[in-house]
Design a protein around this ligand. Structure first.
Ligand SMILES: *Cc1c(COP(=O)(O)O)cnc(C)c1O
Length: 547
């Protein structure tokens, strides 16, 4: 057993074993640092993904008969991060964070004591942290912290699933026993995340009962279309159970009008005498901007530039109503810069949990003892990692103003990028509102976005522009080791002049997420695009001549 014990941290806190562990961590950090290069996106060279890349891995993998040395373990680990993307200033593709130091430490503390967030007897640190962050964030967004509840779960998607489960059991408390009614309907905008799609599949509601609502030009849900579609459902005897209000769409950062959605549902509830409709704010992308809910826009204590202020002020107008939702989510592992998975599902009224709480006799192993008073048997997970500690430490280290600075910078950089891009490239159109994300689209000759958006192009023209953008995205993608831009094949759906089918718009995406993506970098980003666009256009012309 002595050999086996050597695989563990010490029992008595002796310095020898501590030094050993520290030396391993030191080696890891040093080697990763050696691989960092501010002019590249990856740690070392990217692997060559041949067709048999993963096959080879499958063939070669096997558990060693005898354990290898810790040095060999480290060597293997370092091998596996070779070519990993590293979120430095060259990563402008998606909401992938660079975990901040406090969050890394919070995460490490959780790992070192390995608390189980299921029960405070098995994980007191994470339990207290969960209660604290639930209160902190409730206060921030205007939930009554003495009534709200919250727990960390598996991502923004987990929050959608959890909220749908609450909605079902609140509407039909007997559904846990007898299964769900077959006439439940859910509503979301056609640009909402696929989380709800998966959740209606998994809860048994069925995708046919998921109603997708059109969006406005700013990518927010169209309330007139929502009203029409809800009325249709009611008129045919269906139950409007649940509305997903997206607060920051994944590709374009469109923000739904929660106040309008709430008003509309209350109206329909009154007119038709139906049950309260559950509203979940899918704030996985945008939720962090509630950090400006109390910002003093008149005195502007952090001295934000006017144009940045203007955008943040607009956000405040929208996000201050987020507390009208029955639940929402803080996805810290997106704009909050913490490691995966750090998502807090926040519920307005903790009474809802009684519908999904397990009966005492169903949980014989934990909870319901004379000791321990925090037992989360209402979660879908059983054991849970204590990621509340990661979030907690991040909130402490940043504070409200720290997050405000970070979040305002995303806007500042995007404003500069938009300006520069339009100055430098004549054939580009910017296709969403100012936000941490800029979507843009290139045209073979001149920008036609306004015509496109107003349904004046033919389906053939739009598909050709889509091809042009998708081909160019491939060119950019090949160079992702240098700067990595994102793209989307469904920025939104647009009508054509000669068809009643709508066309998905292909767009390029600039998503600044790194704290190292600052306005000083914008010129590099734009020159990179410009150079590659020139090459792309030239080769395309030659190809067309050869055809
Ligand atoms: C990213 C995202 C999700 C999913 O969140 P995960 O944390 O990846 O599970 C859900 N909704 C929206 C709007 C998102 O942007």
């Amino acid at each position: 057993m002595k050999d086996i014990q050597k695989l563990f941290p010490s029992m008595d806190g002796n310095s020898l074993q501590k030094e050993e562990l520290l030396s391993y961590i030191d080696l890891l950090l040093s080697k990763i640092d050696e691989l960092k290069d501010p002019d590249k996106l990856t740690l070392g060279a990217m692997p060559t993904y041949t067709d048999d890349y993963y096959h080879t891995l499958i063939d070669k993998a096997g558990i060693p008969q005898q354990g290898v040395s810790m040095e060999d373990v480290l060597h293997e680990l370092l091998n596996s991060i070779e070519g990993h993307r590293y979120v430095n200033r060259n990563y402008v593709a998606n909401a992938a964070p660079l975990p901040n130091i406090a969050s890394i430490l919070g995460n490490l503390v959780m790992v070192l004591v390995n608390g189980n967030n299921l029960w405070d007897v098995e994980g007191p640190a994470a339990a207290s942290a969960e209660i604290k962050i639930t209160s902190m964030l409730s206060k921030l967004i205007g939930y009554d912290e003495s009534r709200s509840a919250g727990y960390t779960t598996w991502g923004g998607q987990g929050a959608v699933f959890n909220s749908l489960r609450l909605a079902i059991s609140r509407y039909s408390p007997s559904s846990n026993q007898s299964g769900i009614p077959n006439n439940l309907y859910c509503f979301c905008s056609e640009l909402s995340h696929y989380s709800l799609f998966k959740s209606v599949e998994a809860t048994g509601i069925g995708v046919e009962n998921l109603i997708r609502v059109k969006v406005n030009h700013d990518h927010s849900i169209n309330l007139t279309d929502l009203e029409e579609k809800m009325n249709e459902v009611i008129n045919k005897g269906g139950i409007p159970l649940y509305i997903l209000a997206t607060m920051g769409t994944t590709d374009t950062f469109g923000i739904d009008d929660l106040e309008g959605i709430k008003e509309l549902s209350e109206q329909l509830e009154q007119i038709h005498g139906i049950h309260p409709i559950y509203i979940h704010a899918d704030s996985a992308m945008g939720g962090m901007y509630t950090f400006f809910n109390d910002y003093d826009f008149i005195n502007n204590p952090l001295n934000f530039e006017d144009e940045v202020l203007l955008v943040l002020n607009k956000y405040q107008e929208k996000f201050k109503h987020i507390n009208l939702a029955d639940s929402l989510v803080f996805d810290f592992h997106k704009l909050g810069q913490t490691p995966y998975t750090t998502s807090l599902f926040l519920i307005k009224n903790r009474d809802y949990l009684k519908y999904v709480d397990l009966d005492e006799e169903e949980t014989p192993y934990v909870g319901n003892r004379g000791y321990g008073s925090y037992h989360t048997n209402y979660t879908l997970e059983c054991s849970r990692m204590g990621s509340s500690l990661t979030i907690y430490s991040s909130l402490l280290a940043f504070g409200i103003t720290g997050y405000q600075e970070l979040l305002a910078n995303y806007i500042r950089v995007n404003l500069a990028f938009r300006k520069k891009l339009k100055e430098e490239i004549e054939t580009v159109a910017i296709t969403n509102e100012v936000s941490p994300i800029t979507t843009f689209r290139f045209y073979p000759e001149r920008p036609k976005w306004t015509e496109e958006l107003n349904g004046l192009l033919t389906i053939e023209e739009m598909l050709e522009i889509n091809d042009y953008n998708s081909e160019f995205a491939e060119v950019l993608g090949l160079e992702r080791e240098t700067i990595y831009f994102g793209n989307t094949s469904k920025q939104c759906l647009v009508e054509a002049i000669n068809s009643n089918k709508r066309v998905s718009i292909y767009a390029q995406k600039f998503f600044t997420i790194s704290p190292y993506s600052t306005v000083e970098e914008v010129d590099r980003y734009v020159q990179f695009i410009k150079t590659h666009l020139n090459i792309f256009q030239r080769t395309r012309k030659i190809e067309n001549v050869l055809k």
